[in-house]
Design a protein around this ligand. Structure first.
Ligand code: CA
Length: 229
């Protein structure tokens, strides 16, 4: 499970150590040393998860968490707070800001990676390697294979990611901008029309097994993956 992780940590040695361990585990790491730098990075592309140091110069990690939670676009990004404090009250405050988990320094790389995995599994199921199965349509992230009623369906890499996202977030409407953010990781430089092109390709690949009807157009809003007609 490789994720794009935004690491926000002002202590250079700690930042270096955590980034090294994340990269070793196969994650792609973006780094920021201040709240402002972190928010700028998030504006450009949504990370899969944010590791957020509590104590930062200027605006704190708690401020960053609150900002992310207050914005519709960034509301669902999983956040793990890093802190040197072990005070129970701080823990409560951290969780109240909307952090998904909380890890107290010093921690072992193994503990950090386990927490990341647990949070992603809970909050971002499309990041995990679990196979998903909906009405005979099966997607396996490990083998990178999609089958419809047992027969192999050939998909391009973007259609695969798109389908994986849909299958792990069924029954809700996703706007084109949201899909660009979630599937392309970029809502700034990719045109919304691009989404329609890939939806068309995905539907046509699913036509043979009649799974194309799972991907529904919601007029004026976007797309939805649904088992209900
Ligand atoms: Ca710090």
């Amino acid at each position: 499970m490789a994720a794009n992780i935004l690491l926000v940590e002002d202590e250079p040695a700690i930042q270096e150590l955590i980034a090294f361990n994340l990269a070793q585990a196969g994650h792609h790491v973006l780094r920021a040393s201040t709240a402002e730098a972190a928010l700028t990075l998030v504006r450009n592309a949504l990370p899969d998860l944010v590791l957020l140091d509590w104590m930062l110069p200027g605006a704190s990690g708690v401020d960053v968490a609150k900002r992310l939670r207050a914005d519709e676009r960034t509301r669902h990004i999983p956040i793990i707070m890093l802190t040197a404090r072990s005070d129970e009250q701080d823990k409560v405050t951290g969780l109240e800001t909307g952090a998904d988990d909380y890890i107290t320094k010093p921690f072992s790389p193994r503990e950090l990676l386990a927490r990341i995995k647990a949070v992603l599994r809970r909050r971002a199921p499309q990041m995990t390697d679990d196979a998903v199965d909906v009405q005979g349509l099966r997607l396996d992230p490990v083998t990178h294979r999609v089958t419809g009623n047992g027969s192999v369906i050939d998909l391009g890499p973007t259609e695969f990611r798109l389908l994986h996202f849909f299958m792990t977030h069924p029954e809700r409407v996703h706007s084109r901008a949201q899909l660009l953010d979630q599937v392309w990781g970029d809502h700034v430089f990719v045109e919304e029309r691009t989404v329609d092109v890939h939806i068309r390709r995905l539907r046509s690949a699913l036509e043979n097994t009649r799974h194309d009807s799972l991907i529904q157009t919601v007029r004026g809003t976007g797309y939805r993956f649904s088992v209900q007609q």
